[in-house]
Write a protein of this length. Sequence first.
Length: 142
Amino acid sequence: MGEINEEILEAWLQLTIAIDNEKIVSEMPLNEILIYRYLYCNQDKDVTATDLCNAIGMLKSQMNRTLTSMEEKELIYRLRSSQDKRQVFVLLNMEHTSLYEKEHARILRIVDRLIERVGMDNAEKTLKLFKLIARIAKEEIN
């Protein structure tokens, strides 16, 4: 495997840095965008902090800090279940979805430019590889 493992690690880190820097994620921190995206895409479901931890892979302590920050910004609110008082659901504050929608559209424009530059064939190959690598990484890390 020689040097390729170092090169893959370096490329992975460079991609992570590019995605997680202020040029890509400007209005909301990356963790907030990940949470908001999950809630936005699952508005028809009752979502708890535990569901979010499982879906996003965040530690519970980090999730609670991020949710508290999002609640303070009035991006979300928490609602105790009427059936089971132990359950607390995390809901979007629909008054602020335009902030996420604006960020999401901006990020998609960046992805569209990447696709234009690498071509559709390479974009499709990249998508397959990203999905494969993500699945295997989850298996290896767990």
